[in-house]
Design a protein around this ligand. Structure first.
Ligand code: PLP
Length: 366
């Protein structure tokens, strides 16, 4: 596979990495983990990401996929027997419930159908009854193309004893507002390869002091442990060889977003998403989320036309150089996605994909 495999790349991550981010990645950097230049780069990258995520919390820049951050946050802050409330309206929401169970937690679910989002009042009631130690939630459910009411749930949780609040914003941060501190998020999980459009090698976790205290009380140790990140930057001592390349790429990627201006970035995503839904509907496609108000601004999920089927649709799209996302679990074969996050939140790219879809569906382009 080569970088140019898709002429029209709309896979919902990894997204196309822009040249200046690739250039920052593809350099030789001084070796050693005690280089003061790395600490400067780290501090600047952290400051940029703090601005994007709306937080004053420390940020761990871990080597690995976003999953490293998801597991590390859970293993660091949950011990066997702890009550965990999983707010789940899709694949990743249920994934957190399974992961917490694997750690031995006592898990309760607040669910919704996957084309919908969980009800905030139901979450508040469950928090009041169950008194969880930690609540998990997914901001953007990439497989179903929905966006969840994280800010409202955060406010409800603060009314109900303020359990630790863990939020997966892997598919949203950098493409739509994430207000970590205002929403009361203790553990914000982000990956480098979705809306930030950096290579897929970094897990980003913004960690509140409360979460660090919980982690220190538990004392989990491992490659993915969060505790070392409390003092890593101040001591200039990292838990493993710093990923200078990945950090430099994130520094450049975050810089691009701030240069464009966050409001413009978010408007670009919202505009492209609305356009994608509108044009898709004009081709006779059905948007999967029940209401546009809960449709994600970073990825659009359409139902696969049953007469065509996903295998044929994928084959036709690939033959024409269009990269789209299939699906998993109960949505496999039924729902497909156009990922328009980061560099792919581009009307021309989405229009090219929709023109190809029109050709495949044999609908005249309007
Ligand atoms: C992509 C994604 C992940 C996992 O990211 P990896 O980099 O593949 O580990 C987690 N959560 C959501 C919502 C995602 O979209």
């Amino acid at each position: 596979m080569t970088a140019g495999m898709y002429r029209t790349p709309l896979v919902p991550g990894p997204t196309t990495v822009p040249p200046e981010v690739l250039a920052a990645f593809a350099q030789n950097y001084p070796s050693g983990d005690l280089e003061p230049e790395y600490c400067t780069l780290y501090a600047e990258t952290q400051a940029r990401l703090q601005t994007i995520f709306g937080t004053g919390n420390r940020i761990a820049l871990m080597s690995g996929e976003a999953m490293v951050g998801l597991w590390g946050a859970l293993k660091s802050c949950v011990r066997p027997g702890d009550r965990v409330l999983a707010v789940a309206g899709g694949l990743f929401g249920h994934g957190f419930a399974e992961m917490a169970r694997a750690i031995g937690a006592d898990v309760r679910l607040v669910e919704s159908d996957w084309d919908d989002v969980p009800d905030v009042a139901a979450v508040e009631q469950a928090a009041a009854e169950f008194r969880p130690h930690l609540v998990t939630m997914v901001h953007g459910e990439t497989p179903s193309g929905t966006i969840m009411p994280v800010g409202e749930v955060g406010a409800a949780l603060r009314r109900q004893g303020a359990p630790l609040f863990l939020v997966d914003a892997v598919a949203t941060a950098g493409g739509t507002p994430v207000e970590t501190d205002a929403w009361g998020i203790d553990l914000l999980l982000v990956g480098s390869q979705k809306a930030l459009s950096a290579p897929p090698d970094m897990a980003i976790v913004a960690i509140s002091e409360r979460a660090f205290e919980a982690a220190e009380a538990i004392g989990y140790q491992g490659y993915d442990a969060l505790s070392p990140w409390r003092t890593a930057l101040a001591r200039g001592f990292f838990p493993y060889t710093p990923n200078w390349h990945g950090t430099a790429a994130l520094h450049a990627a975050a810089g691009r977003l701030l240069d464009e201006g966050l409001e413009r970035v978010y408007r670009r995503h919202a505009d492209v998403a609305a356009h994608c839904r509108e044009r898709g509907r004009a081709l006779g496609l059905e948007v999967y989320p029940r209401r546009d108000a809960i449709a994600a601004p970073t990825v659009t999920a359409f139902k696969v036309p049953p007469a065509l089927g996903w295998e044929a649709l994928r084959r036709e799209l690939r033959a024409r150089g269009v990269g789209a996302g299939g699906n998993y679990g109960p949505l496999a074969g039924k729902v497909f996605r156009l990922g328009h996050m980061g560099t792919q939140a581009d009307r021309a790219v989405v229009d090219a994909a929709l023109a190809t879809l029109a050709e495949i569906l044999r609908v005249p382009v309007g």
